[in-house]
Design a protein around this ligand. Sequence first.
Ligand code: FMN
Length: 378
Amino acid sequence: MLLAEKIKRAADLARLAPSSHNCQPWQVCSFEPDFYFTHLDLVAGAHRDLRQVLVLGLDRERCLTALPSLRREMRMSAGAFATLFYNFLRLQGVMVEARLVPEHSAALTELGALQLHHCEPLLVLLLGAVEQAPQAEALARLQQLVESRRTLRTPYKRPVRGGPTPSLPTVLPYRLQDDGPLRWTHCDNSIDIERLARFVGQYAERDFSDSRAWRETYRYIDFSARSGAIEGEGFNIQQLTGPLPAWKRWAYRAALAPALLPLTARFGLTRNIASQLGGLVRNSAALCYLSYAGSPARAAEQQLLAGEAMLDLWLAATDRGMALHPVSVVLQHSEIRERLECLLAEPDEIWFFARLGEPIQPPTTEFRYRRAVSPLAC
Ligand SMILES: Cc1cc2nc3c(=O)[nH]c(=O)nc-3n(C[C@H](O)[C@H](O)[C@H](O)COP(=O)(O)O)c2cc1C
């Protein structure tokens, strides 16, 4: 297989990475080594015998922007994509060195900056001239896990509480870097889960009360009857509610429309949705969260690695027949996030919070919205 075909295959699989609102904010730019080192050179390091340089980053035109905290979610989403892209390249035998781009790193020349288009670079992949033998078995296993991973927002089996949370060993063959100052905490005792369920039930309504954020979210909801593999972004209303007849889909479309929401909220719609989310949290085998204990100066690049840690746990859970459902509303507004950290007696900032468990039953309809990712030849 040609290198270009391997890159395409890695991108096709990596696009199955989870992303906030399924906005898929990633972008890949491909450079000839000479051009890259003359005009960009975003990460310091030795220039070796290279075939190609890939710059992975955020596509500024696809990023969610309504809240400052969404910057973190964008970097985590790109981190999940980058982790898969890197793994699938290596498993196909491509020699790759991954380097994180420091936050304020800039292109060396105007031409270099222009060639990045809308891309905010986060990771550089240096592709070596020699190749190794592909690892067919490990590749097939990772591909199978990535294809079966989903965000499942259904009720999970009531856990047998009191036993230890099953430890979930890493399933990623390769890591971009060690987690460093990132730490997972699992809560599986009934008192903590009940307290967190009440907390989520109380604060989840905030999703709807920030009109700019809600307008942005609403744009990603598809109210149509489409299902299966769909070209594009976003998610279907039925991924939140379960199967709905046409009239109910249209009723949700109208009731959740940003212009009507202040009115429908008065009739208790948003309160109801928030308490249902609290109910789902109550019916989880465990809750888990990822916190960051490092310096604020390195937070941006660590958020890419937080995406890697998130993806690793998600795939490990999938491997055990478990599912994960992020509950980000409690992190998106700093005053709520700080209350949550206080409730959990957590000294560090929480970057990711999710319910975890074995779904009572899989969803009856499958949805998978994804856009094609073609590395831009620059
Ligand atoms: C950083 C991050 C935050 C997320 N937050 C939420 C959330 O608060 N609620 C939710 O239902 N899904 C959340 N998701 C899941 C995405 O909506 C989901 O990944 C996307 O729709 C693609 O679907 P898939 O994971 O089934 O492939 C989050 C995903 C990421 C990466």
